[in-house]
Design a protein around this ligand. Structure first.
Ligand code: 6PG
Length: 234
């Protein structure tokens, strides 16, 4: 497990973007949503402007909203990452949040299996970037629905615990089948859950994020700013 800690969220975004450019320029990558990726997308877009790249973009999860909704993870990437002129639109494989969730779960599984290498009978990402909620959720799997992460399907329908918003999310087995999994985490609000998961403290297994363990040969890395890593360094 690699743990990379940077002073600020801007330094974090810059260094994670450099890691992606250096290692994944012509590979496939699954993106998460939420607010943390925004700085990364902006930095990555500027760097990609200067480079020929054939990256294929997928998603870890998506809210069941239209692609033009401000809630859409795709829309955030569209606005801040895909505005780079060097993105081949044919290499963007979004989860269609406008579709019926139960249908899109099946559709996206087919998309993954048609466009990714199959390793151990499962689609295999080169890189998956995960966020982390302060409640230990990742992708769209929240602690109360941990069992869904273990689902035999490639993708699952999840429900946000407070808003009731439906989401389509990759299941644990797909994420764990990746060659590299990166947790991209910023801010003091995450410092406790980061410490509990990395150091296996207390009831850490209640957190879906603690069940992210790459299969043999895979790598897990944490990219953190000082605030999110604060308890680690004490
Ligand atoms: C989503 C994300 C989700 C996110 C965490 C962290 O669709 O919201 O995939 O898992 O990564 O909730 O969100 P922040 O980056 O906003 O803290």
């Amino acid at each position: 497990m690699d743990i990379n800690i940077y002073k600020t969220s801007d330094d974090l975004a810059e260094n994670l973007a450099n890691h992606i450019i250096s290692n994944y320029l012509n590979k496939n990558i699954a993106l998460s949503g939420g607010s943390t990726p925004l700085k990364l997308f902006k930095v990555l877009s500027k760097k990609l402007d200067k480079l020929e790249n054939k990256m294929k973009f997928f998603w870890v999860d998506e809210r069941c909203v239209p692609p033009e909704s401000d809630e859409s993870n795709y829309k955030m990437a569209e606005s801040f990452l895909f505005n780079s002129k060097n993105i081949n639109r044919e290499n963007i494989y979004r989860i269609k949040g406008e579709n019926q969730a139960s249908e899109e779960v099946t559709n996206y599984s087919k998309t993954l299996r048609n466009n990714l290498d199959i390793v151990g009978n499962l689609p295999c990402f080169d890189l998956v970037i995960l966020g982390l909620g302060d409640d230990g959720h990742t992708a769209s799997i929240f602690p109360y629905e941990l069992n869904k992460f273990k689902n035999e399907s490639d993708c699952v329908v999840a429900t946000h615990p407070t808003s009731g918003q439906k989401r389509v999310s990759l299941s644990e087995k797909i994420i764990n089948n990746s060659k590299e999994i990166i947790f991209h985490v910023s801010g003091s609000g995450k410092k406790n859950v980061v410490d509990e998961i990395i150091n296996k403290r207390g009831d850490y297994e209640k957190y879906p994020a603690s069940h992210i363990k790459p299969n043999s040969g895979g790598k897990i890395s944490w990219y953190l700013d000082f605030e999110a890593a604060d308890n680690l360094t004490k």
